[in-house]
Write a protein of this length. Structure first.
Length: 402
């Protein structure tokens, strides 16, 4: 590590990292960013450098858009917002990284045949055919961003807002996006600050820096400290989508309405004329275009539902409180114990009661599934995730930061 961090500027550290791409240069940059807030110009430079480390999609004349998120469990925004944007007439290139525990690309990667790593030619062909492509950052697109992200994840450096902003925007620059909305999931363990004050400041900074990069952006602040919907996990997200399209779950219907607000805000066309059947059709058009098997989707949904054979019951009456940080860590810990699978899916949770619903002693708080070798460990971790309190926690409305 650098001995005298105060004598080295952000720009010098970024230049060194972009030139060397070494672990030492990443360590120096992240250490500096933890204690020295990067200037806007430095973040712009880093975002551009990360994008330019791979292919830049610069030859598509149609305006492109997306709604990424700052990360965190309990929302389906990265899966459903692209579908809604497509139904509103937009074209979406969604370049992402795996989530913790269930990001959009790793959920779609559960579907048999779904191709997450198209080459530039495939990408253009798919976009022309379907208007929406969802794929994984790799050695072709923003590879240095993926490298820095992996380093930050391995070195407890994910929660640095300046680097989060650079990472998010680098992927949008690489795709030549012109319009984006950012789902800022505000929580004590959030990537954009631990509270609303910090999140608002970073959202305003994100919009400002996006503008410097030629992107029109808006941020949506949501409460990332409580689950936005009941399905937590990769297979659970597939099951949730099935229920969303069926319109058969009140919690999911409300969540879809929140995501619809995000998409309409970003979209130039705000005329909502589609049904949930249209949403289902648009979703599967993407799956099939990218080589996925519709039957596999339903097989995963059925298997996930059938394997939810374990329960946690409320020890007393009141309102359930879910520690999403512990719940995320419990699932991710088990996922990481599976070797040889890119997007492992050994466990997941479905909340039977949301934090704004009263629960009586002895009622089921949640159901869960877990592969046998990890069941005892997972069950123990889950017990620590729940508490019963005397007051409810409501899902708040969107706060829009322009």
């Amino acid at each position: 590590m650098i001995n005298n961090a105060s004598s080295v500027t952000s720009e010098q550290l970024i230049n060194t990292f972009l030139a060397e791409k070494s672990s030492a240069s990443m360590l120096n940059l992240t250490a500096h960013a933890k204690i020295n807030d990067l200037e806007d110009e430095a973040i712009v430079k880093l975002a551009r450098g990360l994008a330019e480390s791979g292919t830049i999609i610069s030859d598509i004349a149609i305006p492109l858009c997306d709604i990424p998120s700052t990360g965190g469990p309990g929302s389906l925004s990265t899966l459903l917002c692209p579908v809604i944007l497509k139904l509103l007439g937009n074209h979406i290139l969604k370049l992402g990284v795996p989530g913790r525990p269930a990001g959009g690309i790793d959920v779609l990667g559960q579907i048999s045949g779904y191709e997450t790593n198209p080459d530039p030619g495939q990408l253009r062909s798919w976009l022309s055919e379907n208007k929406y492509v969802h794929f994984l950052a790799d050695q072709r697109f923003a590879p240095l961003d993926a490298q820095l992200f992996s380093f930050r994840k391995a070195n407890n450096s994910l929660h640095i807002p300046a680097l989060v902003i650079a990472s998010l925007l680098s992927k949008k620059v690489a795709m030549n996006l012109k319009y984006i909305g950012l789902d800022v999931r505000v929580s004590p363990f959030g990537n954009f600050g631990a509270d609303n004050v910090a999140a608002k400041e970073n959202a305003a900074r994100f919009n400002r820096i996006a503008g410097r990069l030629g992107i029109k952006s808006v941020c949506f602040l949501t409460n990332g400290g409580i689950p936005q919907q009941p399905y937590i996990g990769r297979g659970e997200s597939i099951l949730a989508l099935k229920h969303v399209f069926g319109g058969e779950n009140a919690h999911l219907n409300r969540h879809f309405g929140l995501l619809l607000q995000m998409a309409v805000t970003v979209s130039a066309n705000k005329n909502i004329t589609f049904t949930m059947k249209d949403a289902e059709r648009a979703f599967f058009e993407n799956v099939i275009t990218q080589g996925g098997d519709r039957a596999s989707f339903y097989e995963i949904a059925v298997r996930t539902e059938k394997t939810h054979i374990y329960q946690i019951k409320a020890p007393q009456s009141g309102f359930p409180e879910v520690n999403l940080r512990l719940l995320r860590d419990a699932i991710v810990t088990i996922q990481h114990q599976i070797s040889g699978e890119r997007f492992s899916d050994p466990c997941g949770v479905i909340l039977a009661k949301m934090p704004y619903e009263f629960i009586s002693a002895g009622e089921v708080l949640c159901t869960y599934r877990c592969e046998a070798p990890y069941l005892e460990e997972f069950a123990g971790k889950l017990e620590a995730c729940f508490n019963i309190t005397g007051s409810s926690s409501a899902v708040t409305d969107l706060e829009v930061i322009n």
